[in-house]
Design a protein around this ligand. Structure first.
Ligand SMILES: Nc1ncnc2c1ncn2[C@@H]1O[C@H](COP(=O)(O)OP(=O)(O)OP(=O)(O)O)[C@@H](O)[C@H]1O
Ligand SMILES: [Mg+2]
Length: 462
């Protein structure tokens, strides 16, 4: 099934907006309308319409301004300016700024059809809708690839969420399995697809926020509650109103805050720091963690009551090694993405022998590791086809490192091995597995951060 082409109509004149959307829907387009410029560029970025019909005169902000921003951000949407006849000069200016065309009010139904169809034919039939979406990495990056039974089951489960009016979801799984991607999928199904609109998605990293800040960040504060509180500030929960908040790495949340979070989940209100009023919140709370929470509960590091509250609706994303059948689709997906991003003339392919190796590797860093490896191969090798020789030694097992797991001894192969290569391999593995976070990579290798930095430089791995 082909997805309909999207057209965004932006006009504060409701008559015009509804006329345009009726005409374009009849033409088979997927149409959304907006009447104010508030968050418009964000919405365009998120929805990625092929064509935007943009009124030049909008309240608060001129259409020209928005056009400039669309051009500046390099968004692939084509813009048609809507002008009143006395601004014909502005229309010319708009064309210079990158608008694809313009329509002068009052326009006829036929004019609208001709202008939009022409752009769509020119822009889209030539390049294919897919391509347009692919170059736009933010939209592309939300695509959840995978047809394994596990992924299908998760998607089906999430589909059922929308009817069950669920307000908290817990997503667990190893690092790099796609928990955040699933969280965004939950958000889309709950707030965007079912309501056919845009809803806020706010992400909070519970491990990264300093304890002194986290409460005021989450719940907001009232003016005067501490020295720097010069004015009221909305917390992240309130900013997620009508949408979702992602509490990333919830397993690392401090005990004191866990109690406060539990209260929020139960009362469904927040109280800003220094405030006396409770603010009701209508937010889906999605918590993710790669820690085993029930173990954490046993160890006394996680509140049992919060664990129960969170796990009423629970999704577990299995590691990649348990759903290897997803690998071919992921290969195709990432290769086409990186080939486009790095402007390869033809998309990089994987030779069957190399694919075999990729399929049998156990991917401790899961999809993130696969993605990072493919990006590196596309950038560094520049070959049209990836063959086993391009793959790092730890995948092909040449360096004999695989045997070292579980405290076992590395056997020196009969023909010997290069200690330098081995070191390089291990450092690369650590970097790849930790998403190039040198602090974490150093920890994995049990060396100091400075030593790692020195080695990376020395071995030319930067
Ligand atoms: N099914 C998938 N299809 C396409 N890309 C995926 C898929 N799963 C994961 N990815 C990609 O892999 C990377 C890691 O995914 P994500 O950040 O969601 O993992 P995570 O489980 O949240 O990891 P961590 O626990 O380390 O935060 C991201 O770039 C994401 O886009
Ligand atoms: Mg994550």
């Amino acid at each position: 099934m082909k997805t309909p082409i999207r057209v965004y109509v932006v006009d504060d004149d409701e008559l015009i907006a509804s006329m345009l959307s009726r005409v374009l829907r009849e033409e088979g387009y997927d149409v959304r309308t907006a009447s104010t410029p508030t968050d418009l560029v964000v919405k365009i970025k998120a929805w990625c319409p092929a064509v935007v019909l943009l009124d030049i005169r909008l309240p608060q902000r001129s259409g020209i301004d928005i056009l400039k921003e669309i051009a500046k951000q390099g968004l692939p949407s084509q813009v048609v300016m809507l002008t009143a006849d006395d601004t014909a000069e502005t229309a010319v200016k708009a064309m210079k700024l990158g608008a694809a065309d313009y329509l002068t009010k009052p326009f006829s139904v036929d004019e609208v059809k001709i202008v939009v169809n022409k752009i769509v034919e020119k822009e889209l039939l030539q390049q294919e809708v897919d391509y347009l979406r692919r170059v736009h990495s933010e939209v592309f990056d939300r695509e959840l690839v995978g047809a394994s039974a596990a992924v299908q089951e998760l998607k089906a489960k999430i589909g059922r969420l929308a009817d069950a009016s669920v307000s908290t979801v817990l997503i667990t799984g190893e690092s790099g399995t796609g928990k955040e991607l699933f969280a965004r999928y939950v958000h889309r199904m709950l707030h965007e697809v079912s309501r056919d609109g845009y809803a806020p998605f706010v992400k909070v990293n519970c491990a990264a926020l300093p304890e002194t800040l986290i409460e005021s960040e989450l719940f907001g504060y009232e003016k005067g509650s501490f020295t720097d509180a010069k004015a009221d500030k909305k917390g992240l929960f309130e900013m997620a109103q009508g949408g979702s908040i992602l509490l990333d790495e919830i397993g690392d949340m401090k005990m004191t805050l866990q109690g406060k979070l539990l209260r929020v989940l139960e009362e469904r209100t927040v109280r800003p720091v220094g405030g006396s009023e409770e603010v009701p919140i209508d937010v889906t709370v999605i918590a993710t963690t790669n820690r085993n929470l029930s173990e954490a509960v046993e160890q006394g590091a996680f509140r049992m009551d919060l664990f129960f509250r969170l796990s009423t609706f629970y999704l577990h994303v299995p590691p990649l090694r348990e759903r290897q059948e997803d690998i071919p689709a992921l290969l195709e997906h990432f290769l086409s993405f990186f080939s486009t991003r790095y402007k390869r003339r033809t998309p990089t392919r994987v030779a069957p022998e190399a694919e075999k190796i990729l399929l049998s590797y156990n991917w401790p860093g899961n999809i993130r590791e696969l993605r990072n490896l493919l990006e590196r191969l596309v950038v560094l090798e520049g070959a049209e086809e990836i063959v086993p020789g391009h793959l790092p030694a730890w995948l092909t097992g040449k360096a004999g490192v695989a045997a070292a797991s579980g405290g076992g001894r590395i056997t020196l192969p009969a023909q010997g091995l290069s200690l330098d290569d081995l070191e390089k391999d291990l450092i690369l593995q650590a970097l790849e597995r930790t998403n190039h976070n040198k602090t974490h990579a150093a920890k994995l290798l049990q060396i100091t951060y400075d030593t790692l930095r020195y080695q990376v430089k020395k071995l030319g791995l930067e």
